[in-house]
Design a protein around this ligand. Structure first.
Ligand code: CTP
Ligand code: MG
Length: 225
């Protein structure tokens, strides 16, 4: 079976003023509901584990009921960092989940087709990471605002979520990262830490991460709500 971990335990600090980003309204629904509904309607997903802040556990249960998230198997409380929240989700997976799709609820434009593409890749190769080729030229800045070099753009991809893996592989990777006292900012970074290359799944449609307040407006327009 394939399970999903939907992460919604962040603090949303860059949104400003003490908001709980995952529960902010985006048109008619809270932000986290868009991702939950995409996984609910994806035929390749069998179970959903939702990770939220402790004070949102009850509200989350109610939200899943309201939006008909029948694949929900567990709601767990997250940790101080994204990595801690992912590990909390991994610990809560049903034992029969051979594959796991990890997703940031801050990306509400995720679609069942994108989820399926990452699952297919993970089934075949062990991993499938939503990614796009970088269109901007990227600068390396060592200090202040002084650009010191320009990496070869043809080698640069931006990764997002979902990131789907064989469960055994991503567990082993995160255990190694934790044992070494390290932090990674995305799941495929944990794979790299154990010397495993992650497979990227090219996705050109918008999949932006709601980070600052303006992103909610843009996302609402893309969703036409
Ligand atoms: N996340 C989480 N637990 C954390 C930190 C982040 O579950 N301790 C989740 C967020 O809910 C989000 C995703 O990881 O869906 C990506 O994180 P980000 O966009 O950085 O969200 P926040 O951490 O909430 O925002 P900020 O960094 O501005 O505080
Ligand atoms: Mg964050």
């Amino acid at each position: 079976m394939t399970a999903a971990i939907v992460l919604a335990a962040g603090r949303g600090e860059r949104m400003g003023a003490n908001v709980d980003k995952a529960f902010l309204s985006l048109g008619p629904k809270p932000l986290v509901a868009y991702s939950l509904l995409a996984f609910e309607s994806c035929a390749d997903i069998d179970a959903i584990v939702l990770v939220v802040r402790r004070n949102r556990m009850t509200a989350s249960r109610e939200l899943c009921r309201r939006f008909g998230i029948l694949k929900l198997v567990k709601i767990v409380s997250g940790g101080a960092t994204r990595q801690d929240s992912v590990r909390a989700g991994l610990s809560a997976l049903p034992p029969e989940a051979a594959l796991v799709a990890i997703h940031d609820s801050a990306r509400p434009l995720v679609t069942p087709a994108l989820i399926s593409a990452t699952v297919r890749s993970a089934r075949e190769t062990g991993s499938g990471v939503a990614a796009r080729r970088i269109v901007d030229t990227v600068k390396v800045v060592e200090r202040g605002n002084v650009a010191v070099s320009t990496p070869d753009r043809s080698k640069l991809w931006a990764v997002g979520t979902p990131q789907t893996f064989r469960t055994e592989l991503i567990r082993r990777a995160y255990d190694a990262v934790a044992d070494a006292g390290r932090t990674v900012t995305d799941d495929s970074g944990a794979l790299e830490f154990i010397g495993e290359a992650a497979r990227l799944v090219e996705w050109q449609k918008p999949n932006l991460k709601v980070t600052v307040a303006e992103d909610l407006t843009v996302t609402g327009e893309l969703l036409r709500i």
